[in-house]
Design a protein around this ligand. Sequence first.
Ligand code: ADP
Ligand code: MG
Length: 288
Amino acid sequence: AVPVALVSGLSRTASVGVLVKGGGALEALARMRVLVIDKTGTLTDGTARLAGTQAIGRFGAEEALRLAAALDQASGHPIARTLVEEAHRRGLTLPQPGHVVETPGEGLSGLVDDRRVLVGARRLMESHGIAFPAATGSEAAAATVYVAIDGGPAAILSFADPPRVDGADVLAALRAEGIERVVLATGDRRDLAEGLVAGLAVDRVAAGLDPAGKTEIVATERRHGRVMMVGDGVNDAPALAAADLGVALGARGAAAAAEAADVVVLIDSLSPLPKAIRIAKRARAIAL
Ligand code: ADP
Ligand code: MG
């Protein structure tokens, strides 16, 4: 039986917007030492906007954007949603893509208007043997998306992806609740990740990671203490499952992440997390 103190702790965390999946997870929440945190949609607010386009090859920027957005209709990634909105804003008509294959944390491939389109991270382009020049946009906290058409490079799209306004406060509050080490684990470029955490007390930045890479970071960070992983995407699900405690941002995040997690933050903010830890500690102290 779950002690009464834990039951009331569960209802109290729920009242601050945090769904804790059971007494075991609530107890664990009180004892985390390392925070591994995802970037896009987690430390940034996931409401990116297109900040620059760099056309390469025979397709213009607008056509590359149209084909990429058409393909990204099939994705729930925060950047994908932004790209589709931008295309609509420009009055572009987006055909439905065919033969879509999504690789979490990398992007998508598919057919649009009988053209083979790839949209996603540089890693995805490399795995298809498509070389791109270096991206020029280096706006802080941006994300970079590469577009290939019919096997050749077509465009580099850069997104300004603003950091969550309360990010620094939340990290400080988590440290006050016993988190001793903070690690950023992202599928995005290293320079962008480092730009984002400049000024935040982050101990390690791991960039360019696929889902397995994120899981590996969680595993190696275990040597510093119990690991809490916070993420929002499909690409975070394996790492959420591998952590001592997986925390999903549920409001706009992927269902797969919420399912893999032990804890789901139900509002679109990181700020309830330190509160939930405080409640968990109190409940645990009473229950023991
Ligand atoms: P993070 O790990 O920081 O949350 P992701 O791994 O979700 O970031 O994404 C990393 C990069 O992969 C993005 O910056 C983008 O370049 C690319 N990417 C992933 N999925 C998509 C998609 N559906 N559409 C466009 N780009 C994508
Ligand atoms: Mg993410």
